[in-house]
Design a protein around this ligand. Structure first.
Ligand SMILES: Nc1ncnc2c1ncn2[C@@H]1O[C@H](COP(=O)(O)OP(=O)(O)OP(=O)(O)O)[C@@H](O)[C@H]1O
Length: 219
C-alpha cells in the first residue's frame, strides 16, 4: 500500500533528511516509526502526503508514483490520508465541532451531514461531550484526540500520525494510542512515529530511522 524505493531527500547541501530508504507497508498494517530527533520521521510522512517530494527514488501509494502526481491529483491523494502532523494545529477561534466539520465542508458536504459525521467522529475518539468547547480549553491529550477525529472524518485508508503522544502523560498518551489502534482494528493502515519506549517495546513492527537511514524494520 505504501512503498519507498531507494528514497533520498536532501533539503540543502547540509540537510540530508533521508538516505536511500526502501520500505513497504501493507494494507491494514500498524507500523511505528522510531528514531532520534532529526532522524527524518516527519520528512518520511510528508513524502507520503506529497508535501515534500523525493530528491531521488520513488514513493508509491496504492501503486501510484507520488513524485509524478500533477497538482490537480494531490487533493485526491490527500483524501486517502488522515494526517496528524505536528504543524497542523486546531483552529483556536472555532469550536471543536467546527474544526471537525471543516474538512467535510471544503469537500462539498451539506452542513447537516457534515455535523452528523463530525459528531460521529468525535464519539469514536471519546470527545463528543466536548463538541462545543474551544480547542484551548482542552488538555494536550484531548486536543490530540480531536486532531485524530479531524483526520479520520473523511474515512481515510491510511492514517499518518507524527508523534501524537509527544508531551502527554501516560494516561493521555494511552488514550490517544487506543483511539488510533481502534481505527487500525477496523482496517485502516496506520503509521505512527513515537519516542515512547513502552509503546515500542510492545509493538509488532517498528521501523527505526537514524540520521535519515533505516536501522531496522523495513521488510
Ligand atoms: N524544510 C526543511 N528545510 C531544511 N531542512 C529540513 C527541513 N525539514 C527538515 N529538515 C532537516 O531534515 C532532517 C530531518 O528532519 P525531520 O523533521 O524529518 O526529522 P524528525 O525525525 O521528524 O525529527 P523530530 O523527531 O525532531 O520531529 C533534520 O536535519 C532537519 O533539520
Amino acid at each position: 500500500m505504501i512503498e519507498f524505493q531507494s528514497v533520498s531527500k536532501q533539503y540543502s547541501a547540509e540537510a540530508v533528511a533521508l538516505r536511500d530508504v526502501s520500505l513497504s507497508v501493507a494494507k491494514g498494517e500498524l507500523v511505528y516509526l522510531a528514531g532520534p530527533s532529526g532522524a527524518g520521521k516527519s520528512t518520511l510522512f510528508k513524502m507520503i502526503a506529497a508535501i515534500e517530494r523525493p530528491t531521488t527514488g520513488k514513493v508509491l501509494v496504492n501503486g501510484e508514483d507520488i513524485g509524478k502526481l500533477g497538482k490537480a491529483a494531490v487533493p485526491f491523494l490527500r483524501r486517502k490520508l488522515g494526517l496528524i502532523l505536528q504543524e497542523q494545529r486546531l483552529l483556536t477561534d472555532r469550536s471543536v465541532l467546527a474544526n471537525i466539520m471543516l474538512p467535510l465542508l471544503v469537500t462539498g458536504a451539506p452542513k447537516r451531514e457534515a455535523e452528523q459525521r463530525a459528531r460521529a467522529a468525535l464519539d469514536k475518539v471519546g470527545m463528543l461531550d466536548r463538541a462545543n468547547a474551544a480547542p484551548l480549553e482542552l488538555s494536550g491529550g484531548e486536543q490530540q484526540r480531536v486532531a485524530i477525529a479531524r483526520a479520520i472524518v473523511n474515512r481515510p485508508q491510511i492514517i499518518l500520525a507524527d508523534e501524537p503522544t509527544a508531551n502527554l502523560d501516560r494516561a493521555s498518551a494511552d488514550k490517544v494510542l487506543d483511539a488510533l489502534r481502534a481505527f487500525n482494528a477496523v482496517g485502516v493502515t496506520c503509521m505512527i512515529s513515537t519516542h515512547d519506549e513502552q509503546v515500542l517495546a510492545s509493538a509488532s513492527r517498528v521501523i527505526h530511522l537514524d540520521h535519515g537511514q533505516l536501522a531496522g524494520g523495513a521488510a
